[in-house]
Design a protein around this ligand. Sequence first.
Ligand code: RIB
Length: 414
Amino acid sequence: MRILNFGSCNIDCVYYVDHIVKPSETTAAKQMNTYAGGKGLNQSIAMARAGAEIFHAGCIGPDGAMLRELMLSCGINLDYLKTIKENTGHAVIQVDRSGENSIVLYNGANSAVTRDYIDFVLEEFKSGDFLLLQNEISELSYLIDSAEDKGMQILLNPSPFQDELKDLDFNKISYLILNEIEAAGFSGLYEPEEFILWIKERYPELRVILTLGDKGSIYFDRNIKTFQPAFKVDAVDATAAGDTFTGYFAACIFNGKSIETALKYASAAAALAVSRKGAAPSIPAYIEVKNSLNILQPKIFDGFQQMKNAVRLYFESHTDDASLSGLAVRLGYSASYTGRWLRENMHSTFSKLLLEARCRKTAEYLETTDMPVSDIIELAGYRNESFLRKAFLKEYGCTPMEYRKAKRGKIHDE
Ligand code: RIB
């Protein structure tokens, strides 16, 4: 099995400013650097640094020699990288003192990806191989159609978002990796939970990774939903943090790691990238990421509402394996303080909140699927059917089947 990233390569001109310049304003930059960048190149480097053997295809111009050299030095296979007459793509990036950025992109050679070139490269790949894509090269939908025809597994990071992406058929995608802004671009919804319901209804088989910046990231598919907190670092430059996350996640999945491990490594790698300047140069090596996992602390929540949301999300994604110590790690507190916080602020206990979350999950499965109650037991985290029935009756005042009948008007099993 092989992994190909068909993606952009840019030269980034990065200006470090006090604040991002406003319309009609002129501001002086404190520093200016030129770095290797482009979402495609950044993600290839992240994958290579995470230990994946990766092929990169895309177009650069005669001015892109330093990008080629950098990728080669990272061990990326460039057999399919094309050098053309057009100038290499470039980005003008402002980074403010909090590390936030704004980017103007000139596509250059990235727009010269043609159908013939795609056919030529994909000819070398086969069913089951991975293809990673972003939205900075031409002919994206042709690439997706062709790769899907071949049976390749497509990981799509639809970044930067453009309205044309709304026409894409996500049934062809294996993993969709996107941030809140991109999620809102597709759905018009800014609340993560609302987006999750929206996309699940349309693409129940899709595996989605939703990144929420310093609020963490969520993975969900038809059966599971899991949350990974972001790690606390001093932000210097957010450029390529998302690319680092995507590259590390893709490499971990490609190398057979679990979703939880992939999310953890991707989050730690992105946190390290945020603490350093530049795009490609900020992407950490695997060993740095591994060592940082013993040092980095999950981000602690600063507001009551954020804490409550985190508690709710934890119970939703851990109905089958929740523990007080797991929730405590998630919140960044000790187990005893977490128990006290739940009592004082949510007027509840760990066991009561877990039971409620299990009942909510049971209700969701009853309403949205045809699964027999006997199959829902495990998914909702119960030990046996009578336990589920008792808890459900107490919470909803009816049996699971009465609930399903009331909601859907028909009974499938009893
Ligand atoms: O995601 C960061 C990248 O976006 C930069 O390296 C820049 O080139 C733009 O493509």
